[in-house]
Design a protein around this ligand. Sequence first.
Ligand SMILES: [Zn+2]
Length: 122
Amino acid sequence: MTTNQKQFEFTKNIGILIVYATVELGLNITQRECKRFKDRQMQLVAFGRSKTMNSLHLDALASDLLLFRNGQPVGSAKDEDYQKLGAKWRELGGWWGGDWGWEDAAHFQWSMKMMHNVPGTN
Ligand SMILES: [Zn+2]
């Protein structure tokens, strides 16, 4: 399986998640980082804002979708609307940062489970 095949499926599913959040639920979200370069990742690790140099952001296989309410960013993965987005992402086969030991509510990343619809990859 190539990185491009993973990116095609990831991008399709991020699109589905964005439509779900904005059109179906009427939420205000912004898309922050998707593709991240190595020097930026090193900076985030140095500042303690990321824990790995193996982030899927390096392959454009993760996207940070920041939820806003009343003009303010929502930080907690325990938030009811973030929980809905996390559930939808799980249903699509992805991994949500809100399910990790350290909360990263805005983080939605690719997973192998997402590949069931791609010919030749299951
Ligand atoms: Zn992220």
